[in-house]
Design a protein around this ligand. Structure first.
Ligand SMILES: CC(C)(COP(=O)(O)OP(=O)(O)OC[C@H]1O[C@@H](n2cnc3c(N)ncnc32)[C@H](O)[C@@H]1OP(=O)(O)O)[C@@H](O)C(=O)NCCC(=O)NCCS
Length: 164
């Protein structure tokens, strides 16, 4: 069993580890181990995650197992009048269990007043692409060099929130 709740400062070290592992496993094969480790080391350091938590324009959730382990993390951010689901990562042990959709639903419910929600997914991340399509997101744009990863491209997906 897992519980979805707002992320707190106590969760920062566990979320930093989860993000490091997830980036290495998911993006290493696409952009290369070194690039994935460098970008994640910067964006998901405990200091950066703690600072994200204090940003009034972001909302962060974790999935906590009954044994206390943090097995999922989602973060959404308001940007220029729009809302982006910036991060959705679950531990591999929870793939296919419904934890990811529980986190997604927490984010959607928290932004129910917005017309739609967007996200960016790296091309080649086929599992994530399939997950988002299954949950009503559609590709609306293709973008070059996501996260500064030259030679790669990403897809912008969007979903209406009235369907939440
Ligand atoms: C993306 C993520 C949150 C989705 O959660 P999940 O529990 O794995 O998702 P689900 O199992 O419900 O759905 C994945 C779907 O992709 C399918 N799938 C798996 N591998 C696939 C592949 N290589 N190509 C296409 N589809 C694939 C699965 O069969 C499943 O579809 P189904 O339910 O119709 O069988 C999770 O995989 C994850 O944390 N991945 C690493 C981090 C990440 O990429 N985050 C997204 C950042 S944009």
């Amino acid at each position: 069993m897992t519980q979805i709740r707002a992320m707190t400062e106590q969760d920062v070290p566990a979320v930093s580890r989860l993000m490091g592992d997830s980036w290495r496993r998911t993006y290493g094969p696409i952009v290369g181990e070194d690039t994935a480790a460098r970008i994640s080391g910067d964006k998901h350091s405990p200091e950066r995650l703690a600072s994200d938590l204090t940003d009034a324009d972001t909302m962060s959730f974790v999935a906590e197992r009954t044994d206390g382990a943090i097995v999922g993390y989602a973060m959404a951010q308001f940007k220029d009048g729009d809302v982006m689901l910036d991060r959705l990562h679950v531990d591999k042990s929870e793939f296919g269990t419904g934890v990811a959709v529980d986190l997604l639903h927490a984010v959607l419910a928290a932004h129910a007043g917005m017309p739609s929600i967007a996200l960016e997914v790296l091309e080649g991340n086929d599992r994530a692409l399939a997950f988002y399509k299954k949950h009503g997101f559609e590709v609306v744009e293709r973008r070059a060099a996501p996260h500064g990863a030259a030679g790669h491209s990403s897809l912008i997906m969007r979903r209406l929130l009235s369907r939440a």
